[in-house]
Every structure is written in structure tokens, then in C-alpha cells.
Unconditional design. Structure first.
Ligand code: HEM
Ligand code: CU
Lengths: 288, 521
């Protein structure tokens, strides 16, 4: 496949503008939900459903057109997906940055380090700079958790699940490349099951955190960073899981060939990315 | 496969709504930016009208704050950035010998998000409470604890803009890396393409960080998190760090494409090759890399360990080196050239001089102890308007005059262009130069009222502002006139013009630029 076998230019399409509209409806509904207006939730739901419908429609068009794509289009898709993943990495970087900044700089400062002795003395003299924070500067406003989340229970199991799922996905990919369809389907199912189990365990972890531990979004910087990092990660696992599920359905339908299966690979890259982010989380949020 | 795409354009409104054509999408970007220029400009007129005299004249202080906030946001995200994406859409495929952008449908989506995003942002003006009133930098806790309810609309508006920019820049990068004609090696690409490649990289790296910081704002405001709340163990200063980690690369996102435009125009009218092509490329890349390690020069006065102040001071000063390389190269390109001064060249020469003034005031503020005096005064307002108005915006004007004949097939009215240039040049300096003095004398920025001794310079600035704002209507007229007719442009348009778009495409360029890849030697 050279990059020079004539250009491919897609026909005009209604999907991009529909996509913009559905995104707008979704965020409009989201703000209204947050503000507690009665139309909020219904609009948000309409928005989300139409986003999903839009994606279904758009991707179906692409799948139907894909036989006419050439090698150059394939490379464009690949590059596009990689740069998209880079942008996702940077999104997580912002939250990791907040975590490091809070732990490495804000904690000692609030505790009176450097030239902050007076701040400490005047504002919250009782505050001690330890991480995880089990006593916030102002404990009346932000109720601190009773204990911190340990690493070696559920989170360790979850690490295993996610790492294994990356391996099983790779096995599935190799099977696809060798044309072993039933092996492919089997390992895709295993991957999906592992992913879903991860999410189930994470929900259990959250229930435990909110219920017994008193660890919530509102329990100070520890809870804020904990839930925003693991929450956004869980959200990305969900997206990745949907991708894997769609790929599974397409595998079952007999889509993809041994050497032409970009969508499958894109989903796999995404899944590995989610896996790597989890490793960062496990180290910096749970263990350290 | 599209076989006979000899200019069969889709017709009617569908041509624009469902477009997959880089020229049509580029046109929509450029018009969008133009409309936003007048909306944001109108807000600036309100600001300058209020500041014409000390005391409160026309608007309430809170409304004044809404105007400064929206003016800044609209100009940054709604004018400069979309205009450059418009240029990229029109020019990148033509310059690298491609038929279109690599991902034409995503291209259309990144455009059509913008009207929704800015509709959301502007509609906050009509909401209960007030529109965002905390400045375009939306520092916590002004935007968290004290922000009006409409702030949440603003947050989601920023999310939409972010999605649009990220998709737009993925498209540009992929187009440049994957769609070049055979023989068009990276080091043969026109500088404009190079600057956009690097800009797109910056965008992909920092727009997600902006999305992250507004998300933290959202949860601090609504879901009880305490990222920017010291009583919960967070820190409002952390907001500034995350914001400026995005914000400083952002200012380079707004200037690198103008460097590209100027680097295309100067050689044409000097009738010489660009001096130091490869050093231009390396300078652009170094500016981009350095831009990730200088962000806290916006925060000298907010409180940082001494080592931080020193590091960010020295790193900031380093940026002046590659910037200096560029200015030197443009000047050397003109040296002993056979110069003519058509409107694009006039704007370009003005760009070099006035952008350099902005660079120098930046250098002054990069010195930490000096910035303690200048920070949050009109001095910095002067600084960023020199780099953004006489820098980025002048480059956009220059580029528009330079390529309009290629785009429309008609020459613009040269006399009117010159009138536009000279009146803009004089009025923009009357508008912004006195702000240096106001800042040095201690007038703070973002206030609707001021002490008596600042009156004279403020009146000068306001008069300059009204003239500069008004004369842009002439630009609108010139553009429309050029689209509707005029002297026919030759294919090369300018005697000294080089590059695929001038050498291999007719004026106006066909609907799909290259249906067969040109050979580049
Ligand atoms: C030689 C290069 C430059 C240097 C050394 C420099 C330095 C600085 C410094 C130190 C500040 C902070 C001043 C303060 O808040 O006290 C600043 C502000 C600013 N600069 Fe630059 N700058 C340079 C180029 C640019 C360029 C090219 C742009 C945009 C095209 C730009 C846009 C801005 C903006 C928008 C602000 C104000 C942000 C705000 O609202 O607070 N600068 N610059
Ligand atoms: Cu900066």
C-alpha cells in the first residue's frame, strides 16, 4: 500500500454538524442539571442519547465506506488516533500535576514550612502536614475521611485485572492477525469480562469509601484528588470498555481481516493507554 | 473514489453545513473570526468609552468587568485562534501539494462547534446575575467562590472550544505529516506550514490542561472539591500554575502562525529567498519547547520560592534568543532586496517593528524585581496588545491581503488597502503606546475608574481606539469588494511569489487543490 494510489476525499456529510449540535445539547443539559432546573436532567439525557446515536451513525458510515479507503487514509486514521491519545495523556497530566503540587508544595506550606510560619500560626495552627490528609485545615467546612484508602486490597486486584486484560487483548490481536477467529472471539470476551470486573470492583470501592470511610469528593484535597483521578480513569475505562464491546460485536459479525483492522487496533491502543494511566494511579494515589 | 472532481461544488446551504472541503471550511473559520472581531471590538469600545474620563460615566463597574473578561476571551479564543485555523485550512493543503485536509469531516466538526461554544459564552450576558466578570484568566477564587452562576456555562463553553481546537490541530498535524506531495521533505516545507505543525503540537499538549483546570473549577464550585481552597488543603495559587501552564504556550499558539505568515510575505516583496530557513525552523521549535518552562513569569508577585522566581526569570529571558533570531532573519531577508511596499508588505514591516516593541516590554517584565512594579498595571496591557494586535492581528491582515487574490481570483483595492494600513498604524500606536506610560506611573489594569493624573494618556488611548476600531469597517468593505470583483489576479499574483500555491495553482484556486500530487524538486 503506497501512499500514492490516488487521493480519497470523503463526500459531504451531515454527521459533523449533528455531532456539534448533540455536544451542545449535552453540555446545556449538564449545566442545567447542576443548577437544579427542572429541564436539566431531561435535556442532559436527550443530549447523551443523541451523542451515542450520532456516534453510531457516524461510525456506521465510516465502516460502510471503509472498503474504498486507501493506504493514505489508513495512515491518517492511525496518526489521528495517536495524537488523540496524547491529548488524553495531557488531560490526566493536569490532574497528576495538581496531586503532586498539593502533596509536595501545598502540604508543607500549610504546615508552616519555608516562610509560611505566620500563615500557619494565624490561619490553622492545628494543621499538620501529612499525606494522606486525615485532618483538613478547616475540618468544619471539609470533613476529612476517617482513614486513607489502602493499596493492597481491591486496588491491587484491580491492577491485576487491568494488566491481565491488556495481555488478553494482545492475545486476541495476535489471533486476529493469524486469522484464528474463534480464538479471537474468546479472548475478546475475556478482555471485556476483565474490564467490566474492574469497573464493578471500582464501584464497590467507591461505595466503601463513601459509606464506611467517610472518604468523599468533599473531604478535602485528598478526596478531591483521589476521586477526580480515579473517577476520570474509571470513565475512560468505561469508554474503552464500550470500544472493546463494539469490537467484539464486529469480530462476531466477521468484520476485520488479518491485515486490515484499524478500528480494532485503535481500540487496543486506547485500552493500553488506560492501563498505563492506571499504573500511574496505583503508584501515586494508592501506594505512595 | 472521487474521479471527476473538476470543481463540482455542492450547492445551497448544505455546501456549508455538511462541508468536507478545506477551502469552504477555511472560509467559514475566517468569517467567524471576522464577526467575533467586531463583537469583541465593540466591547473594547465600551471599555475605552468608560475610560475616556475619570469617574464613572457609562457603565456599572460589574458590567465593566464583564466587558474586559468577554473581550479577552473572545479575542483570544474567538478571533486570533480561529483566524489562524482558517489560514491553515486554506493554505496548508495548497502549500504541501495535497487535495484537502487529511480528515475533512472532523475538520467540519471542529468548525461547527465554535458557533455553539461562543453562542454559549455570549449568552451569559443575558443571564440572571452576570456574565463572567473575573478576567480572561479566571483566577480562583474569583471564578470559584465568587463567580456568578453563569460561570458554569463559561466552563462548558471552554470545554467545547477545547474539543474544537484539539480536533483542529490533530487534523493539521496529520495533514502535514501524511499528505505532503512526493519530494516535499520536511525541510522543504514553507515556513508557514512549519509554524503550524509546531503550533498544532502545542495545542494538543496544552488544551487538555485547560480542560483539566476548568473541570477542577467546576467541581470546586459544584461538587465540594477543594483544589483551589486552602481550608480544604488545596491552594488558589495552584490554579494559576495550572492555568499558566496552558496560558503561556497559548500566547505562542497565537504568535507562531503569524511568524509563519510574515516569513512567507517578506521574501516575496524583497524578491529574495528567506534568510536562514533552517534557523527559522529551529528557532520556532525552541520557542515552543521553552514555552513549557516559563509559565510562572505571570506569577512573580503571587508568592513563589526564590529558586522558582530565579528559574522562571532566566528561562523567560532565554526565549528572547530564538525570537531575536527570527527578527534578525526577517531583517536580513530585506537587506539589499529589491523592496516594494504593497499592503501585505506594509503590514509585515510594521509587524516586525511593533512586535519587537512588544517583545522588549516582555523582556522588561521578565526581570522579576522589575515586574513587581509593572505587574497588573497598564504596562502589561500595552505589552500584550503590542504582541497580539500589532503582532498577531497585523499578521492576519497581512496574510489576508497577501492571499485574497489567490483565494478570490481578484486583486483587492490597493489604494484602500494602503489607507487601511496607514490609519491603523497611526491609531494603534496612539491607542497602545501611552499605556506604557500609564503603567509605569502605576495605573492598575481592569478598573473602570482612575486617578486624575492619568486622564491625558487615557484620552489619547481612547481616541486611538475609536479610530482603530472604526477603520476596521473599511477592511470589511475592502474584503467584500475584493470577493465581488476587481482587477483579475494573475496565477502568480505577486512578482516575487514562490511556493506551490502560486506556482502551480490558478487564481482562484480550484475547489480541490491538487487532484494529482505535484512533483516537488
Ligand atoms: C520575548 C518574548 C516575551 C516575553 C519575554 C514575555 C514576557 C511576559 C511577562 C513576564 C508577562 C507577565 C507580566 C505580568 O503579569 O506582570 C507577560 C504577559 C503577557 N504576555 Fe508576554 N512575553 C513575550 C511574548 C509574548 C507574546 C509573543 C505574546 C502573545 C502573542 C504574549 C502575550 C502575553 C499576554 C497575553 C500576557 C498577559 C496575560 C495576562 O492577562 O495577565 N507575550 N509576558
Ligand atoms: Cu507568558
Amino acid at each position: 500500500m503506497s501512499t500514492n494510489d490516488g487521493y480519497y476525499i470523503p463526500e459531504p456529510s451531515k454527521w459533523p454538524i449533528i455531532a456539534s449540535l448533540t455536544l451542545f445539547v449535552t453540555v446545556f443539559g449538564a449545566v442545567n442539571t447542576i443548577h437544579g432546573t427542572s429541564i436539566g436532567m431531561p435535556i442532559l439525557m436527550i443530549g447523551l442519547i443523541s451523542v451515542l446515536a450520532m456516534m453510531y451513525g457516524w461510525f456506521s458510515t465510516v465502516v460502510a465506506e471503509s472498503p474504498s479507503y486507501n493506504g493514505q487514509v489508513d495512515v491518517s486514521f492511525r496518526m489521528g488516533m495517536m495524537w488523540f491519545i496524547l491529548s488524553e495523556v495531557m488531560f490526566f497530566a493536569a490532574f497528576f500535576g495538581a496531586l503532586f503540587y498539593a502533596r509536595v508544595l501545598v502540604m508543607p506550606w500549610l504546615g508552616g514550612a519555608g516562610n509560611n510560619a505566620m500563615t500557619h500560626e494565624v490561619l490553622w495552627p492545628a494543621f499538620e502536614a501529612v499525606w494522606p490528609v486525615l485532618a483538613n485545615p478547616d475540618n468544619a467546612k471539609f470533613v476529612a475521611p476517617k482513614e486513607a484508602m489502602g493499596a493492597w486490597g481491591l486496588p491491587a486486584i484491580n491492577t491485576l485485572l487491568l494488566l491481565t486484560s491488556s495481555v488478553t487483548l494482545t492475545i486476541a490481536h495476535h489471533a486476529l492477525r493469524k486469522g484464528e477467529r474463534s480464538k479471537l472471539n474468546l479472548w475478546m470476551i475475556v478482555t471485556l469480562v476483565l474490564g467490566v470486573s474492574f469497573l464493578v470492583l471500582q464501584v464497590m470501592e467507591y461505595v466503601h469509601a463513601y459509606g464506611e470511610m467517610g472518604l468523599t469528593l468533599a473531604s478535602g484535597i485528598y478526596g478531591s484528588t483521589f476521586f477526580m483521578l480515579t473517577g476520570f480513569h474509571g470513565f475512560h475505562v468505561t469508554i474503552g470498555g464500550i470500544m472493546i464491546a463494539v469490537m467484539l460485536v464486529r469480530c462476531l459479525k466477521g468484520h476485520f481481516t488479518a491485515d486490515n483492522h484499524f478500528a480494532f487496533e485503535a481500540a487496543a491502543w486506547y485500552w493500553h493507554f488506560v492501563d498505563v494511566v492506571w499504573l500511574g494511579l496505583f503508584i501515586f494515589v494508592y501506594i505512595l | 473514489m472521487s474521479e471527476d472532481h473538476h470543481d463540482h461544488k455542492p450547492t445551497g446551504i448544505g455546501r456549508w453545513l455538511f462541508s468536507t472541503n478545506h477551502k469552504d471550511i477555511g472560509t467559514m473559520y475566517l468569517w467567524f473570526s471576522f464577526i467575533m472581531l467586531f463583537i469583541g471590538g465593540g466591547m473594547a469600545m465600551i471599555i475605552r468609552a468608560e475610560l475616556y474620563q475619570p469617574g464613572m460615566q457609562l457603565v456599572e463597574p460589574d458590567f465593566f468587568n464583564q466587558m474586559t473578561t468577554l473581550h479577552g476571551l473572545i479575542m483570544v479564543f474567538g478571533v486570533i485562534m480561529p483566524a489562524f485555523v482558517g489560514f491553515a485550512n486554506w493554505l496548508v493543503p495548497m502549500m504541501i501539494g495535497a487535495p484537502d485536509m487529511a480528515l475533512p469531516r472532523m475538520n467540519n466538526m471542529s468548525f461547527w462547534i465554535l458557533p455553539f461554544a461562543f453562542g454559549t459564552l455570549i449568552s451569559t450576558l443575558f443571564m440572571e446575575g452576570s456574565a463572567p466578570n473575573f478576567g480572561w484568566t479566571f483566577y480562583a477564587p474569583l471564578s470559584t467562590t465568587y463567580g456568578p452562576a453563569s460561570t458554569d456555562y463559561f466552563i462548558f463553553g471552554v470545554h467545547l472550544m477545547g474539543i474544537s481546537s484539539i480536533m483542529g490541530s490533530i487534523n493539521v498535524i496529520v495533514t502535514i505529516l501524511n499528505m505532503r506531495a512526493p519530494g516535499m521533505t520536511l525541510m522543504k516545507m514553507p515556513i508557514f506550514v512549519w509554524t503550524w505543525l509546531i503550533t498544532a503540537f502545542l495545542l494538543i499538549a496544552v488544551m487538555p490542561v485547560l480542560a483539566g483546570v476548568v473541570t477542577m473549577m467546576l467541581t470546586d464550585r459544584n461538587f465540594g472539591t477543594s483544589f483551589f481552597e486552602a481550608s480544604g488543603g488545596g491552594d488558589p495559587v495552584m490554579f494559576q500554575h495550572v492555568f499558566w501552564f496552558f496560558g503561556h504556550p497559548e500566547v505562542y499558539i497565537m504568535i507562531l502562525p503569524s511568524f509563519g505568515i510574515i516569513s512567507q510575505i517578506i521574501p516575496t516583496f524583497a524578491r529574495k529567498k528567506l534568510f536562514g530557513y533552517s534557523s527559522m525552523v529551529y528557532a520556532t521549535a525552541s520557542i515552543a519547547i521553552l514555552s513549557f518552562i516559563v509559565w510562572a513569569h505571570h506569577m512573580y508577585t503571587v508568592g513563589m520560592p526564590l529558586a522558582g522566581e530565579l528559574f522562571f526569570m532566566l528561562a523567560t529571558m532565554l526565549i528572547a534568543v530564538p525570537t531575536g533570531v527570527k527578527v534578525f532573519n526577517w531583517t536580513a531577508t530585506m537587506w539589499k532586496g529589491s523592496l516594494t511596499f504593497e499592503t501585505p508588505m506594509l503590514f509585515s514591516v510594521a509587524f516586525i517593528i511593533l512586535f519587537t516593541i512588544g517583545g522588549f516590554s516582555g523582556l522588561m517584565m521578565s526581570i522579576t524585581p522589575i515586574d513587581f512594579q509593572y505587574h497588573d498595571t497598564y504596562f502589561i496591557v500595552a505589552h500584550f496588545h503590542y504582541v497580539l494586535v500589532t503582532g498577531a492581528l497585523f499578521a492576519i491582515f497581512a496574510g489576508a491581503y497577501y492571499w485574497l487574490p489567490k483565494w478570490t481570483g481578484n486583486m483587492y483595492d490597493e489604494t484602500l488597502g494602503k489607507v487601511h494600513f496607514w490609519i491603523s498604524l497611526v491609531s494603534v500606536n496612539v491607542l497602545f503606546f501611552p499605556m506604557h506610560f500609564l503603567g509605569l506611573a502605576g495605573m492598575p489594569r481592569r478598573i473602570p475608574d482612575y486617578a486624575l493624573q492619568f486622564t491625558d494618556f487615557n484620552q489619547m488611548a481612547s481616541i486611538g481606539a475609536f479610530v482603530f476600531g472604526g477603520i476596521q469597517l473599511l477592511f470589511l468593505f475592502i474584503v467584500i469588494k475584493c470577493i465581488r470583483g476587481g482587477e483579475k489576479a494573475t496565477d502568480r499574483v505577486w512578482e516575487g511569489a514562490e511556493g506551490l500555491e502560486f506556482e502551480q495553482l490558478p487564481s482562484p484556486a480550484p475547489f480541490h487543490s491538487f487532484t494529482d500530487a505535484p512533483q516537488v524538486k
